[in-house]
Design a protein around this ligand. Structure first.
Ligand SMILES: [Cu+2]
Length: 139
């Protein structure tokens, strides 16, 4: 389902761990016993996806040529996942001086994540259905 290039659009935009940081304390000279290291790896494997995705995103459904809500307030850096539950294609976009976004054609049953990196008021439109709009307040 996620074969397109949506990932680079900032699914991980809210992830604030610097790429060079070391999660496992390799900076310390002491070596970790392998059993404990294994347990640490398992713990991180469970915790990291939840921490990265759950609090940072919220889903808005597209159905009957409309967004199912009229407006939404999110925090800066949060991601709205647009979920196409219609039987036809949408193609959403945001166009403001502060922030622009343009999706590819969004097929039925697919999701498009949009991360809002700056505060302000934005309107999400659809190229195919001009009446569709969602007010997004980013605080
Ligand atoms: Cu549409």
């Amino acid at each position: 389902m996620r074969t397109r290039s949506y990932h680079r659009r900032g699914v991980w935009g809210g992830w604030h761990i610097p790429p060079n940081s070391c999660l496992f304390g390799h900076g310390t000279k002491r070596s970790i016993p392998s059993v404990r290291a294994g347990r640490l790896l398992v713990t991180w494997a469970v915790v990291l996806p939840l921490a990265a995705v759950a609090p940072q995103s919220t889903t808005v459904i597209q159905k009957h040529r409309a967004f199912t809500i009229e407006s939404i307030t999110i925090a800066r850096g949060q991601t709205i996942i647009f979920s196409n539950e219609d039987g036809f294609t949408h193609e959403i976009y945001v166009e403001t001086p502060q922030f622009t976004f343009e999706s590819d054609e969004q097929e039925p049953g697919t999701q498009v994540p949009v991360t809002f990196p700056v505060s302000g008021h934005f309107v999400v439109h659809c190229h195919i259905h001009p009446k569709m709009h969602l007010d997004v307040d980013v605080q």
